[in-house]
Design a protein around this ligand. Structure first.
Ligand SMILES: [Zn+2]
Length: 546
């Protein structure tokens, strides 16, 4: 609220910002008596889908500096540049609230795979994992000069690792105090809240009460809680209950991230989980959801196919357990069950390798092929054995086809669901990553809005812009309105589509014609421009270092 007020106070100043009257924004000198253009850029005649889910309308949109300064049926004052966008959708740039963008952002600071979909802000630090502390990392992003805006959460798992290592026990009072201090510091350094990955080590070793204690700290400082839940298969409803309880008891907004139902046996579970979210909201718990539009997930083979307890104490400890025949048999038995009923999708064919450092040739192969390649018959037992072997060799990334389409669609159309990729900044051509990094936003707009007609265009855009902006407290972005930052995506609603597939993921989305970040054109005519206008956005409790 305070920030919103500040915005209103600043807006008139922005609108009347003085400019050098002898030079235009492009630097050209003006002849004496010649008026400088009123605007830097005017988008003429587009369909304004403003992010609020209101029906589109036709208007011109004017930009000066880094801000939208006017939206009106007809803007005739001179502008340095006018782009005709007749028939195209003009939408707020998309805000991706769950990304692993630090994978790749330093190699590809332009983040082409995202910007080409219309994404203008990337949020990092999900799933309980972030740099600790945040300040040097954010300074490095700033120094890198990237194309989209960038922000981050503080990861509960990373905070716990920093204080306690990867041990499977509750924190002591002293350790809890240290973790609280790290969360406070992370918020002061610009974090937007606390993320958790209770499915992963060491999140899996964290009691609910301990998460609540840290969530409360983030909440008091204006942050949110966002969670990759403990279990998205058999324990799904318990996990949703826990996520809601953490928000309720911690006194802060809570979000189920990449909500899905893993394992055929549990498909249909979203009927119950969405009912739980509705019920929580009805009694005043600010619980929301985000989702990517694919029926496969992606994470490391080790995290997905081995039980969490096998990971206690880090890699050396895991290897030691795998060397002990009795413990190995126990791990393998659980892995068989996971392949049969959960992430494995019931068939080793449903697990494929996305990236593999110890043997890059494995990328693109599925677990059945790799099992066969090792001279073993393709059975659940041998596939589990291969999973253990992969972990022993150094591990691989995996893609897991185990999500039902009906659950996906049910979650997608729920009013509390926003869109987020869970992807990374792709290095074009490297490995065989999940296509979500290239396609998430275009896929929702093409497949689910236009082709399947599951939701209106305006609603889908709201789920990609105003909704995540509001969630993060980014009151100056996410909506097309005079005075707000000019982060804009222009696309053709009749042609936008994802082209990245699981077989050929390195393929850019189509249909987006223009992307503007902080008032500067970042993508146009099928090409990334030389502009690097992205900014590091810092959260509600940010205090500049003394
Ligand atoms: Zn996750």
């Amino acid at each position: 609220m305070r920030r919103l007020l500040l915005l209103f106070l600043l807006a008139p100043a922005l609108l009347s910002a003085p400019f050098d009257s002898t030079a235009t924004a492009s630097g050209r000198r003006l002849a004496p008596g010649q008026q400088p253009p009123a605007y830097d850029l005017v988008l003429r005649g587009g369909r304004i889908v403003d992010g609020t889910a209101s029906p589109w309308y036709t208007a011109d949109l004017a930009i000066k500096g880094d801000a939208i300064v006017r939206i009106s049926p007809s803007i005739t004052e001179p502008a340095t540049r006018v782009i005709d966008v007749k028939g195209l959708v003009v939408a707020p740039g998309f805000i991706d609230i769950h990304t692993h963008a630090r994978r790749g952002i330093f190699e590809v600071p332009t983040a082409d795979n995202y910007v080409r979909q219309g994404v203008t802000t990337l949020i990092e630090g999900p799933d309980g994992g972030s740099p600790v502390p945040l300040a040097p990392f954010l300074a490095k992003i700033e120094a890198t000069r990237i194309t989209p805006n960038f922000a981050t959460f503080i990861g509960q798992g990373s905070v716990r690792s920093a204080v306690m290592g990867e041990v499977d026990r509750p924190a002591t009072r002293d350790e809890l105090e240290k973790m609280r201090a790290l969360v406070t510091q992370g918020m002061a350094e610009g974090g937007f809240g606390l993320s958790s990955g209770l499915f992963y080590v060491p999140g899996a070793f964290t009691p609910t009460e301990e998460v609540i204690e840290l969530a409360r700290v983030a909440g008091r400082l204006g942050g949110i809680y966002i969670s990759h839940m403990r279990d998205e298969a058999r324990g799904l409803t318990d996990s949703v209950r826990e996520t809601i309880a953490i928000g309720e008891k911690g006194g802060l907004p809570t979000q189920i991230t990449h909500h899905k139902v893993v394992g055929k046996k549990y498909w249909g579970g979203s009927i119950e989980t969405l009912r739980m979210v509705d019920e929580a909201r009805a009694r005043g718990v600010d619980a929301t959801i985000d989702q990517y539009p694919y029926t496969a997930s992606a994470t490391s083979i080790g995290a997905a196919l081995l039980p969490a307890w096998a990971g206690e104490g880090g890699r050396d400890a895991t290897l030691k357990r795998l060397k002990d025949p009795a413990t190995r048999a126990k791990i393998k038995a659980e892995s068989v069950a996971i392949i049969r009923d959960e992430r494995g999708g019931g068939d080793p064919k449903n697990v494929s390798v996305s990236a593999c450092q110890f043997d890059p040739k494995l990328a693109g192969q599925n677990l059945a092929q790799i099992t066969q390649g090792r001279g073993l018959a393709v059975t659940l037992e041998n596939a589990a054995e291969t999973a253990l072997w992969i972990v022993e060799q150094g591990g691989c990334g995996g893609i897991f086809h185990a999500i039902g389409e009906q659950d996906l669609e049910r979650i997608l159309v729920h009013p509390a669901t926003m869109i987020a990729s869970d992807g990374e900044v792709a290095v074009f051509g490297r490995n065989v990553p999940h296509p979500r990094s290239y396609g998430t936003f275009a896929r929702v707009l093409g497949l689910y809005v236009r082709d399947k007609k599951l939701l209106p265009l305006e609603t889908a855009v709201q789920k990609m812009s105003a909704f995540p902006a509001q969630r993060l407290g980014l009151s100056d972005r996410g909506v097309l309105r005079a005075g707000l930052k000019a982060d804009i995506a222009v696309f053709d609603a009749s042609t936008i589509r994802d082209t990245a597939t699981f077989e050929k993921p390195h393929s850019y989305a189509e249909g987006v014609s223009l992307v503007i970040v902080n008032g500067q054109v970042a993508f146009e005519g099928g090409q990334m421009t030389s502009a690097r206008p992205g900014r590091v956005l810092r959260g509600p409790a940010h205090r500049p270092a003394p």
